[in-house]
Design a protein around this ligand. Structure first.
Ligand code: FMN
Length: 355
């Protein structure tokens, strides 16, 4: 396999194995996509990415990380999202969106104003916020309410409604955000989930909400379209979620219609010691791919064309997702093709600048 090989999942053709990893832009009002999203995401489609994923797209307003997050909780959001999707598809990228609920990490400040700090209600924050358990991320965080089974059903339904709206907007790919210490991860991880009902305790119980969300989403998300799942493959903490749990989860969700595991890590406790370094999460993608027999995405400090090619070429993952490097350089895929001596189509408007 090569980085610039095209591939197919269900009825969707991907022009290469490079994806724009979801990145919050903190640029929405009332959840609406706007010109920022069109230009920012659009530039990365023009830059040659095979897949462009939006930032975490909140399925309920209280599930936003910050008041400025993107949202998909009402039908009125569809039109502006559709405008972005049309542009991405016109420029050859598969358009995807990441369905999300922040759980106890909701209602916090944007990076350039009180990053991660609770936002006062007078400044657009909200209460209550929800989690698996009535315990916040840190003692200073807003303390959440534990979701009741009715509350869980409401959120599961909201994920399905989000998928329905994503379909209306023309997305061909939906990714469920089960990583980074957000709501779904707050159920998966034994470091947070101390419930004693059918949603807590055993692995089977802690993964139940996720299976229910996947099943609800797949009911409205057509067979021909692709469904991905982002997880934190390890909590990097004694007693937490492990790579073995991730492999077991991948085996469970594949028959439910998940096509690819986007293998990130961390985020559930602030004390985790994460060995950051180039490609530090790629071994998770490799093990899940090998041991669960499912497509995987590698993400995290992938910056060099040769590094990305090595990950794909050695079968460690089926795709690479780049985040910060694609903020630095939206046209990274075009340059990577040049470095790797691959012939790819350029946007015709840019042909005269071709390397
Ligand atoms: C500005 C910014 C916003 C992010 N927002 C999201 C998000 O909405 N959803 C998500 O799953 N990850 C998010 N991430 C994490 C990235 O998708 C990615 O997993 C992480 O940055 C590691 O990849 P990198 O080393 O290529 O940046 C964000 C990262 C950055 C830098």
């Amino acid at each position: 396999m090569n980085l610039f090989d095209s591939f197919q999942i269900r009825d969707i053709s991907f022009r290469n194995r490079i994806a724009v990893s979801p990145m919050c832009e903190y640029s929405s009002e009332d959840g609406f996509a706007n010109d920022w999203h069109l230009v920012h995401l659009g530039a990365r489609a023009v830059g040659g990415a095979g897949t462009v994923l939006t930032e975490a797209n909140a399925v309920v307003p209280e599930g936003r990380i910050s008041p400025s997050d993107l949202g998909i909780w009402k039908d009125a959001h569809v039109e502006n999202l559709g405008r972005v999707v049309r542009f991405l598809r016109q420029h050859g990228a598969v358009a995807g969106t990441q369905l999300a609920h922040a759980g106890f990490k909701a209602s916090t400040g944007v990076p350039w104003r009180n990053h991660g700090a609770p936002v006062p209600i007078a400044e657009g924050g909200w209460r209550p916020i929800y989690s698996s358990t009535a315990k916040g991320f840190t003692p200073e965080s807003i303390q959440p309410e534990a979701l009741t089974p009715e509350g869980i059903a409401r959120i599961t339904h909201a994920f399905a409604e989000g998928a329905r709206r994503a379909l209306e907007a023309g997305f061909e790919l939906v990714e469920i955000h089960g990583a980074h210490g957000y709501l779904i991860h707050q159920f998966l991880s034994p470091l947070v989930n101390t419930r004693t009902d059918q949603y807590g305790g055993s692995f089977e119980n802690r993964t139940r909400i996720l299976r229910e969300i996947i099943e609800a989403v797949r009911k409205v998300w057509p067979e021909r379209l692709s469904l991905w799942l982002r997880i934190s493959a390890s909590d990097w903490t004694e007693g937490g979620w492990t790579i073995e749990d991730s492999i077991a989860l991948a085996r469970q969700v594949k028959p439910l219609g998940v096509d690819l595991i986007d293998s990130s890590s961390g985020g559930i406790v602030p004390t985790a010691r994460i060995p950051l370094g180039p490609g530090y999460q790629t071994p998770f993608a490799e093990r899940i791919r090998r041991e669960a027999g499912i497509l995987t995405g590698a993400v995290g400090m992938i910056t060099a064309p040769e590094q990305a090619q090595h990950i794909i070429g050695t079968g460690q993952a089926d795709i690479v997702l780049l985040a910060r490097e694609l903020l630095r350089e939206p046209y990274w895929p075009l340059r990577a093709a040049h470095v790797l001596k691959q012939q790819i189509a350029w946007p015709k408007q840019y042909e005269r600048a071709r390397f």
